[in-house]
Design a protein around this ligand. Structure first.
Ligand code: FUB
Length: 358
């Protein structure tokens, strides 16, 4: 297996350097509110801090974005994603697309999460029963990724974390999906640094066990959430993703198999599951008739962006659908220093989504 973060360092930085004047190693410092000479920054929703993994929701007539907060550090890139050493979350809001993104401040800090050891990765949020819930992955004190939940009366936080992670939770990248009937689900999982391949036996084993190429790829996981959204209602299940001929996606189908960054939304009665293919750097999507699947692969959603990771959310706002995603253009191509952008989705009459070129 090639090094996850090294791979981008070796291949993508020279590509990025064709477009940007940033140095090829060591992150260019970003000072708050200073203009950045990188032209593509104009497309980033904010340059005040580095943010990534944007989970966007329409709450109370505005778009709220719940991203990871990327920070500079000296940790070398590795397969575990160790240089993604985030320590807090900021919430952002957007009144509409003609006004600037507003940083609503720090919403949760790792020091206020009793169980968390390090690496606050991609979060998501949900609204139910008058409360806002922030779902977030972090490594516990033993170095195992778990998913926690924190609660607030305001979409902007601050959020109060529960003292323990969700019982039975593991891996990364939670997406909270609330169906039309109010049923709530948490979809999650991620390979490599996200540790999903270490749970093949149902318990954590510090050994990476990937399926052989011709075997079915590992799928994301889904668990129904309790009415209060604080715990799983029962054990999680693996979501099956199928090729058009009904066969399960194989582990060697790197251009379409699930890797991380799963997102679920519903459009015209169909469930859409979109995710990153990881080492092929694509966002793709599949559709199905139940949140539990099976889902059938439908196509490419977003072509590769600048940077190794790609991660997104899909939200309906004022009658249109939008993709929020990140890339590493603002930092000149540093994988762990990313910025957030958006694009309008073009839905086709057959329910397919027109591929977006970043
Ligand atoms: O931001 C840290 C990790 O990088 C996320 O959890 C992944 O989805 C990838 O974007």
């Amino acid at each position: 297996m090639e090094g996850r973060r090294m791979r981008y360092t070796l291949i993508s930085l020279p590509i990025a350097s064709l477009f940007f004047s940033a140095p090829p190693c060591g992150a260019a410092p970003l000072k708050n509110n200073e203009p950045n000479p990188v032209p593509v920054e104009k497309q980033a929703l904010t340059s005040s801090i580095y943010i990534a993994d944007p989970s966007a929701h329409a709450f109370g007539g505005e778009i709220y974005i719940y991203p990871s907060h990327d920070i500079e550090n000296d940790i070398p890139p590795d397969n575990e994603g160790s240089s993604f050493d985030m320590k807090d979350y900021h919430v952002f809001s957007l009144k509409d697309f003609s006004t600037p993104l507003v940083d609503r401040g720090e919403a949760l800090n790792i020091k206020d999460v009793p169980w968390a050891g390090k690496q606050m990765w991609a979060p998501d949020a949900a609204f139910k029963n008058g409360n806002y819930y922030l779902f977030f992955p972090a490594k516990d004190k033993a170095g195992i990724f778990r998913i926690g939940v924190a609660v607030s009366a305001s979409p902007a936080g601050p959020f109060k974390a529960r003292p323990e992670p969700i019982k039975g939770s593991y891996s990364i990248d939670p997406c909270a999906f609330i169906d039309d009937d109010g049923s709530a689900y948490l979809v999650f999982g991620g390979l490599w640094g996200g540790q999903l391949q270490r749970w093949r036996t149902g318990e954590y084993k510090e050994i990476d066990r990937f399926p052989d190429g011709k075997e079915p790829a590992l799928g994301p996981r889904i668990a129904r959430l309790r009415e209060d959204l604080l715990e799983f209602q029962g054990p999680d299940k693996e979501i099956a993703i199928l090729n058009e001929d009904g066969s399960p996606l194989r582990a060697d189908q790197h251009s379409r198999r699930f890797f991380e960054a799963v997102w679920m939304h519903k459009y015209q009665g169909k469930y859409y599951l979109s995710y990153s293919t990881g080492d092929t750097h694509k966002l793709v999507y599949a559709t199905g008739d139940s949140p539990f699947g099976p889902f059938t692969y439908r196509g490419l959603l977003l072509r590769p962006v600048v940077g190794w990771t790609t991660h997104h959310s899909i939200v309906e706002f004022e009658g249109a659908w939008y993709l929020f995603y990140h890339d590493a253009s603002l930092s000149g191509g540093y994988d762990n220093l990313r910025c957030v952008k958006y694009a309008k989705l073009e839905m086709q009459p057959d329910g397919s989504i027109k591929t977006i070129t970043p």
